[in-house]
Design a protein around this ligand. Structure first.
Ligand code: 6GU
Length: 251
């Protein structure tokens, strides 16, 4: 997958070169290109923001540097498409607390794309006309991490690229681990334990030492449901109750 990130703080994205995603880049599974928005601001001070029409606090990111930066990304994507014929418009993610909420489901959906472009806003946001213009060239999706406010899109992009990147084929060594984690089945994950079996007076639940895989599966499913009910009850609403008994019936 090709990932382009446009930001006024390209160094912010450096941690995406580490660890699992770093290895994915070395292995050619992920091509991450970070672009400095200021390279597309051509006045003496390389200005990327200005005061908002209609007044109000803070600054708004100017349209033209964004259009030039995104056109430069489009040109690079078009060059790549010469090798791999692209069907639809490329996807542009605009991190914003005013976007649709980023979920594991959306991560899976975006992991199917051949390329993703991320436009990191700062200040009060990007001139809305950039999004209008971009809709002619990209599938534009404003996306939020949740109901709180960050100073800019960079940290959100790190979270999203990590969540999406680890779903790319070959990035996570054992794909089984993707099946068992939180949100894979719409529930929170079950608690996990390792040696020693008794530690500072706290014991590993007996069933996990039993070697009875049917019982263990049933216990884990029950723990998932309990945890989800206690911590995230809204995840259980609208869920299919017949799903919940699956392991119980299987044994
Ligand atoms: Cl994606 N961006 C910003 N700036 N703030 C956020 C967010 C995104 N998600 C939650 N808060």
């Amino acid at each position: 997958m090709r990932v382009d990130v446009v930001s006024i703080f390209p160094e912010y994205l450096a941690p995406l070169r580490l660890s699992l995603l770093g290895r994915a880049q070395e292995g050619g599974l992920l091509d991450l290109e970070v672009h400095d928005l200021r390279d597309f601001a051509f006045d003496r001070h390389r200005t990327v923001d200005d005061t908002p029409y209609g007044g109000g606090a803070g600054m708004v990111m100017k349209a033209e540097p964004w259009a030039l930066a995104l056109e430069s990304v489009l040109a690079e994507l078009a060059e790549l498409a010469a090798q791999t014929p692209a069907a639809d418009l490329p996807t542009l993610i605009v991190p914003s607390p005013a976007g649709e909420v980023f979920t594991q489901r959306l991560a899976y959906e975006l992991a199917e794309e051949p390329s993703l472009t991320f436009a990191c806003g700062r200040y009060e946001g990007i001139d809305e006309r950039v999004l209008e213009w971009a809709r002619g060239h990209f599938r534009v999706r404003p996306v939020s991490l949740g109901d709180y406010v960050l100073n800019g899109g960079e940290v959100a992009v790190m979270a999203m690229v990590e969540a999406i990147g680890r779903l790319l084929p070959g990035v996570v060594g054992n794909p089984e681990s993707l099946v068992e984690e939180s949100h894979a089945d719409g529930l929170l994950e079950y608690p996990v334990y390792t040696k020693p079996s008794s530690w500072r007076g706290h014991d590993v639940p007996e069933v996990l030492l039993s070697g009875n895989h049917g019982l263990i599966a049933r216990w884990r499913r029950e723990q998932q449901l309990r945890r989800t009910a206690a911590r995230r009850p809204e995840l259980l609403e609208g869920a299919d109750p017949s799903e919940f008994g699956r392991e119980e019936r299987a044994v």
